[in-house]
Each structure stands twice: as structure tokens, then as C-alpha cells.
Design a protein around this ligand. Sequence first.
Ligand code: THU
Length: 141
Amino acid sequence: MSSVEHPIGLTSAQIDHLQQQAIAVAHHAYAPYSNFRVGAAVLLTDGTIVTGCNVENASYRLTTCAEQTAIAAAVALRGPGIRIRAIAVANLNATASQPCGACRQTIHEFSSPDTIVFYPAERGARAEATMAQLLPAAFLL
Ligand code: THU
């Protein structure tokens, strides 16, 4: 198992583990309408990993994405002070997929500019981007 250091101080083994957690929880997705099963694993700055999957609804716009579900679970578990170090997103459709715009804003709420997002790229590869790259002009209050 490799232990190469990532720029944000995660080893490749830690990143692989986060991605495996995202894949595992994607099997719990409730996605009867799209059949696009997504999982997200959030690594908090305290080291906790919290997972979530997409939960669809017959009233389509009420669907919650995997990233949103994971972040809501993390807040429920650890409280409003959570901060996200990294998040891995996976789907069971072998499809390249970046977090949607709404999820970027949701992740941003608990992130710093160097929070890193891992997501599926073409041909099973893993892509990554910082929140500063994914949402450079986030809405703020
Ligand atoms: N979905 C996610 O869970 N996360 C994303 O970043 C993109 C989309 C879900 C929502 C919906 O249940 C299905 O994927 C198809 O859009």
C-alpha cells in the first residue's frame, strides 16, 4: 500500500480509504428515478469520516445529493462547528461526475479554500480539485 504524501497532507492510502467509504455508502442510495447511485465521504478536520448517499423523491426537486446528506449527517454527529478537510464522491455507474453547483455551495459552507474534493473522472480515474477551484465566487453572507 502506497503512503505517498498528498499536498494537503493526506496519504494516498487515506484518500483510497475515503473513496472506498464513498463507494460503500453509494450502495445505500435511494435513486429509483435516475438510477444514478452516489455516495460521499466527508473527512472532517478532527479526523472523523461521515458518509451519505443521494435520497431521491417522486417530487424530483426534493432529492438530496450524497454530498448534502453526508454534510447534514456530519453536523448532526459533531455539531455546527464542523470543518471539512476533504470529501470523496463516488457513483456506481462508472461515470465521470463532478459535484453539482448546489453541492459546491453546501460544501463551501464548512470548507476552506484548500479543502479538497475527489470525484470520478473518465475511465475510472480519480480527479481532484480544491474548493477555491470548484467555487471561486461562492455566495456569502
Ligand atoms: N447527485 C448527487 O448525489 N451528487 C452530485 O454531485 C450530483 C448528482 C444525485 C442527485 C440525483 O439523485 C442523481 O444524482 C442524478 O442527478
